[in-house]
Structures are given as structure tokens and as C-alpha cells.
Design a protein around this ligand. Structure first.
Ligand code: V47
Length: 369
């Protein structure tokens, strides 16, 4: 499968007019975004993104105490970029029962307002009650935990499974105790690429509409863009533009997580990982295009802890968190640690010249916890 790599299409573009627009706080266009991705003047893009990042978040770099709880990897979908999903009965397939879920969530019980990020595969036969009981039980046992649960893809699947509307599933999630919704499943919105790498998945419009509905019901959500597979640079800009348009409408997104494709154990294993400079550039362009987003994450699990430090000066303001128990990227060959301690995160942030600020899942700053 073809890849569209930046190094093949570089242009010596000093971006003078774009820099002036950023100075004036003017919105960048699709064409501006494409030029930012193609320029050889990457340091200029980093500096512009850093300027916007500092205007929005000063010298702060946010982090949260969190864990991922991947209740099952059994999945009926067949996304080419995924090493996590397995068929029922396949080697490595698993699902957690309630006792195991509760035991794992208990890791965070003494951590103050911490966050549990609950996502899994599209399981062919777990009942609807499994999902809602999981949320209800965790909420009852650990009331200090913020529950960020179920991507738009899972929400759509649960609606299909039960014959309920997406709105009803969202209402059930709210009643059970979900606080916010993660940004997974967006991948790349462009129909051309989506058809090739995740043909079974909900469409871009469906993903966006589920977030629209969630925002209208008062949920805050995150968003993602998976880069470094077969997408073109133009398709990345298109993705960012579609997120920006929905944010204009609802103001419900908190952050973008620019995800970095990891090829190992996937059907796209021949595609090399993005170079560090391109990873940083992708973060910087995201910062510049998403003028109506408050936060851009340096998701250190995928970016790597060291490069994430640098990303804090290229547009990112959020180091994500301690992330105990990450599986999706590690199954695809991530070499980052399986979790970082709070002190290690703060040290990294300070080394980057930023001030570490512990937050809750809504970016409220936590003091004395
Ligand atoms: O949707 C799957 C991606 C996502 C691979 O909302 C891969 O705060 C890289 O969405 N290489 C799940 N990426 C992770 C996610 C996320 C992570 C952290 C924070 C938040 C948030 C959301 O991981 C999937 C998919 O796009 N993914 N396989 C892979 N091989």
C-alpha cells in the first residue's frame, strides 16, 4: 500500500504570510495547512505553534493521574492499522470479568481525582448490561475516579446491538456515571484512506455526529487523528478542518490527541514509523490549525517520553498522564515504558522548561492532592 511521506514533497516555503496571519490571530485556511506540512522551514512552524501554545496555556504543561482499562480486545472489525483487536477464540484474545475490572480500577483508588480511560474492541456478544454495569460499579466503588469511556465507534456499536438510538446510549452512559468521552476511532476522516484501512468502521460523518450529539447533551469529548500510515498530508489538513468546523458549532472538544501509527504486528507492518521531526511537525500544524481547541496532547506512549518533552515547545501543552496498563500501542511495538510515575512526568515537564500542572479530566487544575 502506498504511503505519502513528507520528505518526498518538500517545498522551500518561508511562510512569511502565514506567520503574519498567526501574529494577527487570524484563522488559517486549508491551503495554509497544506503549506505548513510541506515546508522545509519546520523550525518556523514549531516557533509559530509554540507562540500559540503559550498564548493559550502560558508556561503550563498539564498531566493527569490515569490508567487505561481495555476490557476486551475481541473485535468484529478488521482495521489494518490495529494490532490489538483479535477474533473470539484467536490466540491472545481476552475479556475481563467484573471482578478483574474492579481490581484493576482499584489501582487508582488512593490517587485523588484520577481518570480511568475505558475502551475495548467491538465484542460480538457481551451484553449491553456489561458496559453500563462496569461504569456503574466503578463509579460506586471509586467515586473519586473520573470515567472517560467508550469511543464513538463503541457507542455506535452499542446502539446497533440494542436497537437504541445513539442519543439513548449516551443518556444511559450519563446515568451510569460516565464523565467524558475519549477521542478514539476518528483515525483519518478522508473517505479514500478510510475505505482502505478501516472499511468496516463508522464513517467520518457518523463519528462527528456522535460527538455532536454528545456535546449537545453536555458531554465534553476528546478527538484524535491517526497519522503516519497511508494518509496524505492534504488528508491530515482535511481531518483537522472537519474537527475545527464541529468545534465552531459545539465547543465540546477539550483536546486533540495526534496519534502516531505504530506498524508492528499490523497488516501495515511494511510502513516505517514517522520520523521524530514529522511527529513534532504534525503536533505543531495541529496546534496552528485548531485555533478553537484549548489543548493538544503529547501522547508520550506513542510520541515517546523524550520527544514529548520537545513537543511541549512545538504546540503541545498536555503530557497526558501516568497511563498505567496501555495495550493498544504496545501490542503494535511501542518501546515507551508501560506507565510513568507522577514524579517522572513532572521531571520531564520541568526539563522542557514548563511548569507541571496536575489536572482532572476537564482540565480543572488540582492543588494539594
Ligand atoms: O482509535 C490503533 C489508535 C486509538 C494503532 O481521548 C493506533 O484522551 C498507533 O484514542 N498505532 C486509541 N495508534 C487511543 C486513543 C487515545 C489515546 C490517548 C488518549 C485519548 C483521549 C485517546 O489508537 C485508536 C486508533 O486510532 N491505534 N492501532 C497503532 N498500531
Amino acid at each position: 500500500m502506498e504511503t505519502a511521506r513528507r520528505r518526498e514533497t518538500l517545498v522551500d516555503d518561508p511562510l512569511t504570510d502565514i506567520a503574519a496571519k498567526v501574529e494577527r490571530g487570524e484563522r488559517l485556511t486549508y491551503d495554509d495547512g497544506v503549506r505548513l506540512y510541506h515546508t522545509t522551514h519546520v523550525d518556523k512552524v514549531f516557533a509559530l505553534a509554540n507562540r500559540v501554545r503559550e498564548q493559550k496555556n502560558g508556561n503550563k504543561a498539564y498531566y493527569v493521574i490515569n490508567m487505561h482499562l481495555n476490557y476486551s480486545n475481541i473485535c468484529v472489525d478488521t482495521c489494518m492499522f490495529c494490532a490489538f483487536g483479535k477474533r473470539a477464540g484467536e490466540a491472545g484474545a481476552y475479556e475481563m470479568d467484573m471482578a478483574e475490572l474492579m481490581e484493576r480500577a482499584s489501582f487508582l483508588k488512593d490517587c485523588g481525582p484520577a481518570e480511568v480511560h475505558i475502551v475495548g474492541g467491538l465484542h460480538p456478544d457481551l451484553p449491553y448490561s456489561y458496559y453500563m454495569d462496569m461504569v456503574r460499579n466503578i463509579r460506586a466503588a471509586y467515586p473519586n475516579l473520573h470515567i472517560k469511556a467508550f469511543t464513538a465507534v463503541e457507542i455506535h456499536y452499542l446502539a446497533k446491538l440494542t436497537g437504541k438510538s445513539v442519543g439513548d446510549v449516551l443518556a444511559d452512559m450519563k446515568a451510569a456515571g460516565v464523565h467524558s468521552i475519549p477521542g478514539g476511532g476518528a483515525e483519518i476522516f478522508a473517505e479514500r484512506a478510510r475505505k482502505k484501512i478501516c472499511a468496516d468502521k463508522i464513517s467520518a460523518d457518523e463519528w462527528l455526529d456522535i460527538h455532536r450529539q454528545a456535546h449537545r447533551m453536555g458531554f465534553r469529548t476528546n478527538s484524535t487523528m491517526l497519522a503516519g500510515h497511508i494518509e496524505t498530508l492534504e488528508e491530515r489538513v482535511d481531518h483537522l478542518m472537519r474537527l475545527r468546523a464541529l468545534q465552531d458549532e459545539t465547543k465540546g472538544f477539550m483536546a486533540l490527541v495526534p496519534l502516531v501509527f505504530h506498524p508492528d504486528n499490523t497488516q501495515l507492518h511494511k510502513i516505517p514509523m514517522m520520523e521524530p521531526e514529522e511527529i513534532l511537525l504534525n503536533i505543531a500544524v495541529s496546534r496552528l490549525m485548531l485555533d478553537n481547541f484549548d489543548h493538544i496532547k503529547a501522547y508520550w506512549i506513542q510520541v515517546g517520553p523524550e520527544l514529548s518533552e520537545k513537543a511541549l515547545s512545538c504546540g503541545a501543552d498536555d503530557f497526558d498522564g501516568t497511563i498505567l496498563e496501555e495495550r493498544i500501542t504496545h501490542m503494535a511495538g511501542a518501546r515507551s515504558p508501560k506507565g510513568l510515575g507522577e514524579n517522572a512526568i513532572c521531571e520531564r515537564i520541568r526539563k522542557a522548561g514548563r511548569v507541571p500542572v496536575r489536572r482532572d479530566c476537564f482540565y480543572n487544575e488540582l492543588v494539594n492532592v
